[in-house]
Design a protein around this ligand. Structure first.
Ligand code: GSH
Length: 222
C-alpha cells in the first residue's frame, strides 16, 4: 500500500487537484490516487467521506507505525511535502526567491477570481481566444507581470518561475492551462513559460487522462 493517497476531482476541470498531483508526479513522490467525480448528485456525499471541507485535493499520509494524517487545502499539502522532502527544493533555497515564491503562490491561492471564473479550466475545450472583462484583463496582466518578475530575478537556472520547478509553478499550473485554452496569441515570455509547463511529462500525463475521462461535465460552452 502506498504511503500517500491523494484524493482529487475530475482531471478535466479540477484545477485545485492538479496542483499537488503535478508536484508529486514531477518530484517522483509515489502515491495512490483516488478520483472523486465532481458535479454529480452523489458528489457531496462521496467528498464527505474523505474530506473535512467537502473539497479536494486531500492528502492522506500513513507513515509506517504512526497514525495516519489528513492534510487538506492545496497550499498546506505543498508545504507538507516541502517539509517531508527538503531535498526536492519545492521552495527555492535563496530566502529572497523563497519569499517571492511564497508571495506569488499565496496571491494565486486567494486571488485572480475574474480570471478563474472568466476562464474556467477545461482541458477538453478547443483552443480559442476569449477576452476577459476589464477586471479579468487587469488580473491577467498582473499574472504575466508576476511571472516576468520571478523569471527575470530568479529564473536563470531553468524554464520555470525560479529556474527549477517549485510550489509556485504548481500553484500556477491551472492558470497556465487557461492561458493555453483561452489566451490566444501570448507575449513571447508568457508563451515560453506556458510551453515549459505544458511540456512537463507529468502535465502531459494529466492532460491525456483528462481527455480519456468518459463523463460529460463540464458543459461544452464552459
Ligand atoms: N481552498 C481549497 C479549494 C479546493 C476546491 O475548491 N476544490 C474544488 C474542486 S477544484 C472542490 O472540491 N469542489 C467541491 C465540489 O465541486 O463539489 C484548496 O486550496 O484546496
Amino acid at each position: 500500500m502506498a504511503e500517500f493517497t491523494l484524493y482529487i476531482g475530475n482531471k478535466c476541470f479540477s484545477s485545485w487537484s492538479l496542483r499537488p498531483w503535478l508536484a508529486m508526479r514531477h518530484l517522483e513522490i509515489p502515491f495512490e490516487e483516488r478520483l472523486v467525480r465532481l458535479r454529480t448528485p452523489e458528489t457531496a456525499a462521496n467528498l464527505a467521506k474523505v474530506s473535512p471541507t467537502g473539497q479536494v485535493p486531500v492528502l492522506a499520509h500513513k507513515p509506517l507505525n504512526q497514525n495516519g494524517r489528513i492534510i487538506w487545502e492545496t497550499l498546506a499539502i505543498l508545504e507538507y511535502l516541502a517539509d517531508l522532502y527538503p531535498e526536492k527544493n519545492l521552495w527555492p533555497a535563496d530566502i529572497g526567491a523563497r519569499a517571492l515564491a511564497r508571495s506569488a503562490a499565496t496571491e494565486m491561492h486567494s486571488g485572480f477570481r475574474e480570471v478563474r471564473y472568466g476562464w474556467p479550466m477545461n482541458l477538453r475545450r478547443p483552443k480559442g481566444h476569449k477576452p476577459l472583462d476589464a477586471e479579468g484583463e487587469s488580473q491577467r496582466a498582473r499574472i504575466e507581470a508576476l511571472w516576468r518578475e520571478c523569471r527575470e530575478k530568479y529564473g536563470q537556472g531553468g524554464p520555470f518561475l525560479f529556474g527549477h520547478f517549485t510550489a509556485a509553478d504548481a500553484m500556477y499550473a491551472p492558470v497556465v492551462t487557461r492561458f493555453e485554452t483561452y489566451g490566444g496569441t501570448l507575449a513571447a515570455d508568457t508563451r515560453a513559460y506556458v510551453d515549459a509547463m505544458l511540456s512537463m511529462p507529468a502535465m502531459r500525463e494529466w492532460y491525456a487522462e483528462a481527455a480519456r475521462e468518459p463523463w460529460p461535465e463540464p458543459g461544452p460552452d464552459e
